[in-house]
Write a protein that binds this ligand. Structure first.
Ligand SMILES: *Cc1c(COP(=O)(O)O)cnc(C)c1O
Length: 473
């Protein structure tokens, strides 16, 4: 932005022809607008760094995923996973597209209710549901996904107190053959623990088992994992229905579909690694149709399929724009830049290699570059190694996809968190989360009376300036 050119220490770099890798030569990509809104305009109005959400992309993503599943199975419901991105504007975009809310804590339950989601459209997961909120959720008709026996006992007591039977869903864990078994959540199928829990529910006059849930992992790149998941859940459903006279009305297969992002350590581009929504839908629905087709002859309806897809719906709907604030040369000769957005706001930099793009065609040869954030912390590395042409102070770098898990796991650490804006389908831009300031960050702090001032007796003498004025004498 400044007219003055930056001096960069000269170095010797081996010459390579073009930008060749094993997939051939690549155009150095750049991006100057998001949903047709020019990036300079966004930065001028909302500052840097800046998160930019595309409402159009959010809606398109949920509509496409919905179509993929609804075309293959008669009854499908989506529950938006709040912990993936619980900015109100994002949640409400999904709710307007028909999604329920999937929550895992008191805070998330209250947030969903405050956005206007009725209890009966809330799926309540998680290993710890505070007693007060569990009772409220039950009384508001939320779907309780039970994680452990102690929760079952608690629900039994709540049912007694409310004098009404409660419909419960069991969270299951089991080996899919492709994913690590998250055995810490829910009841294990292979060991018989899950069946014991179903018996336990069957023997209670207060509880009815009506749903089964499992969430097999996250960023699951193998659609067959879901085919096996559905098979195990259907077999378990048939077993508990024949043994205990319960009637399962829904199977919830959780989330975990991969987004168009590149996990560190995987060197193929996301486009070649990540299955399409059609592939996931086919894997799930083929098995589900096959294993539920005789239910109607037995007088049962096919269970409703519930999905709690998180990252695959939101990740590519968001960009982060940052600004280069310094250039450096590391002792080993590598180039580094410091930018104004660090791992404090881009938490997923710890496991993804995001796409990094300048906002204009940059002259000069691309070079291996490390991108550091602004924090005075050694871990603040936004990107260890990426080929970029020389950058000047004031140049912008845009990261994507960044829509999943950053706004829920980011932290106020050293820096204020910046503005988040959303571009709507008419290209209007709105702030959906305002940048923090001193007042916001310190709002919850309280100073005990005796600590209310840094220097109650007045500021100490300025030793340094006195010494310098002494030497001036
Ligand atoms: C986190 C979570 C999800 C969403 O997972 P993604 O990998 O983001 O799709 C869904 N269900 C449960 C129970 C979760 O904990």
């Amino acid at each position: 932005m400044t007219g003055k050119k930056q001096w960069i220490k000269p170095t010797i770099v081996p010459l390579r022809s073009g930008l060749l890798n094993k997939f051939g030569s690549q155009e150095a990509p750049w991006i100057d607008a998001i949903d047709e809104v020019p990036i300079p305009q966004l930065l001028e109005q909302y500052g840097s760094p800046l998160f930019v959400v595309s409402e159009r992309r959010l809606r398109r993503n949920i509509q496409r995923l919905k179509r993929a599943f609804s075309a293959r199975y008669p009854s499908v419901i989506f529950g938006w996973s709040y912990k993936t991105n619980y900015l109100g504007a994002v949640c409400n975009t999904f709710h307007q597209e028909g999604s329920w809310a999937e929550v895992v804590s008191e805070f998330e339950y209250q947030k969903a209710r405050s956005l206007g989601v009725p209890g009966h459209n809330i799926l309540f997961n998680g290993p710890f549901k505070r007693p007060g909120i569990l009772r409220l959720a039950v009384s508001e008709g939320a779907h309780i996904h039970v994680d452990h026996l102690d929760e079952l006992y608690e629900l039994e007591q709540i049912a007694q107190q409310l004098k009404t039977p409660i419909e419960v869903t069991l969270r299951l864990n089991f080996d899919t053959g492709y994913t690590e078994t998250w055995s810490r959540f829910g009841f294990n199928v292979e060991s018989g623990q899950a069946l014991d829990a179903a018996w336990r529910i069957a023997s209670s006059e207060h509880l009815n088992l009506t749903g089964l849930h499992s969430h097999i992992g996250t960023f699951v790149l193998e659609p067959r994992a879901y085919a096996n998941q559905v098979r195990t859940m259907c077999e378990f459903m048939h077993e508990v229905e024949s043994l205990t006279n319960c009637h399962i009305t829904y199977l919830d297969i959780g989330g975990g579909f991969a987004s168009m992002n590149s996990l560190q350590g995987i060197y193929l581009p996301a486009e070649q690694m990540v299955p399409s929504e059609e592939q996931y839908a086919e894997a799930v629905c083929d098995v589900l149709l096959e294993l539920t087709h005789d239910r109607e002859t037995r007088g049962f309806k096919r269970p409703t399929l519930i999905l709690e897809t998180g990252r695959a719906l939101v990740d590519d709907a968001e960009h982060l724009i940052s600004t280069v604030v310094a250039n450096k040369r590391l002792p080993d000769g590598r180039r580094a830049v410091v930018v104004d957005a660090g791992v404090n706001i881009l938490f997923t930099a710890f496991w993804y290699n995001h796409k990094v793009m300048p906002t204009r065609i940059l002259p000069g040869k691309p070079e291996d570059t490390t991108i550091y954030g602004p924090l005075c912390m050694n871990i603040d590395v936004v990107r260890n190694s990426v080929m970029l042409p020389p950058l000047s102070i004031g140049d912008n770098l845009v990261y994507s996809p960044v829509g999943a898990y950053n706004h829920t796991q980011w932290m106020q650490f050293i820096e204020y968190r910046p503005n988040v804006v959303m571009i709507d389908e008419n290209r209007n831009v709105s702030v959906i989360r305002e940048a923090e300031n001193l007042e916001v960050v310190t709002a919850q702090e309280r100073l005990p009376a005796h600590l209310s001032a840094a220097y109650p007796q007045g500021a100490p003498e300025d030793i340094l300036s006195e010494r310098s004025s002494d030497s001036n004498n």
